[in-house]
Design a protein around this ligand. Sequence first.
Ligand code: NAD
Ligand code: MG
Length: 341
Amino acid sequence: MAAVYQALHRRASSLLCRLHSTYVRKMRYLNKLKEDDSLCRQAQTSGTFYLFHNLSPFLQKAGKKYLVPQLSAAEMRRILEKSPEAEQWMEESVLVGCSDEHIPHFALDLAGALEKSVIESELQGSFTDLRKALFVVDGKDSPLLASAQSLLRWHDSHQYCSKTGQPTQKNPAGSKRVCQASGITYYPQVSPVVITLVSNGSRCLLARQPSFPPGMFTALSGFCDLGETVEEAVRREVAEEVGLEVESLRYSASQHWPFPSGSLMLGCHALVGAQQAEISMDSLELEEARWFGLEEIVEGLKREPRSSKQDDGSSLPWFPPKQAIAHQLIREWVRQQSAQA
Ligand SMILES: NC(=O)c1ccc[n+]([C@@H]2O[C@H](COP(=O)([O-])OP(=O)(O)OC[C@H]3O[C@@H](n4cnc5c(N)ncnc54)[C@H](O)[C@@H]3O)[C@@H](O)[C@H]2O)c1
Ligand SMILES: [Mg+2]
């Protein structure tokens, strides 16, 4: 009876397995790699690798396009032959994803292993600042570069236990670090940030910080405080930065953002009463904050940093590019206004 039951169970499991979508199988495989250290070590030998140097990703130019090459494990070994302790460097890699066929993808920062110029001339490409890289690579590659860099940065800055001061050890997948002395496990840190497009019905509010490039305006943003809900953070940030009271808000979408370290941007639309037109700006953080009408937003969306420059040296307003969630919020507002007109 038990044998029949086991056979039935096996058959049901295998049927279920076949029924699972490619996506479900892929997510389960990735999760297994994070939990099973020997499986992950083995996967490293057949995986592909994205390269970074001092947190700048390696890109190759092909015509007008910028590609993000993935190196095989054999290519990685060949490059690392030039460095002592090649194997040790391979172990510094972190898991960042896998293909539908379960080929795992890793990211590795080679700053301590090899000179940047050695790799660049060997592989015919260049390590490019992430701020530039995100905007020149194919849209499907930018989230991967952003999250890989955040994970590499977190490992680089969490080498020691904050309780014992002892070195922490990374697991092969790079999904955690452990202090052997205290037994404390550290997980990669994510900072939630609210980003809010405030509207008073007919106009929306955009602001700029002194550090922004000339002419760039964006939605209000701010880190969530410990213990705060997203709704409370939106209300507080809008009150702090522009002195307005949010009447209602709606969550739109989220985005991982690698600056300044690893932020989860939570995009919201907020409505303030039409009578609340007067902005009282926090001039410690902001340089300018003002209302924009639909026409001005539509014009601003057509501009690029270069085309915004005027003869007298000043700049007309322009907004973050499509890779930034601020851009999506502004486009949603335009669609909503156009639908209401
Ligand atoms: N992707 C986008 O479209 C988009 C648009 C706007 C802003 N952003 C990002 O949002 C982030 C936060 O916006 P902000 O600068 O207006 O925030 P903010 O208004 O909270 O002000 C920043 C200050 O908050 C403090 N702070 C609190 N918690 C922090 C933490 N975990 N890390 C760093 N500083 C912390 C610091 O004193 C810092 O100077 C920016 O760093 C920016 O990269 C992204
Ligand atoms: Mg802010």
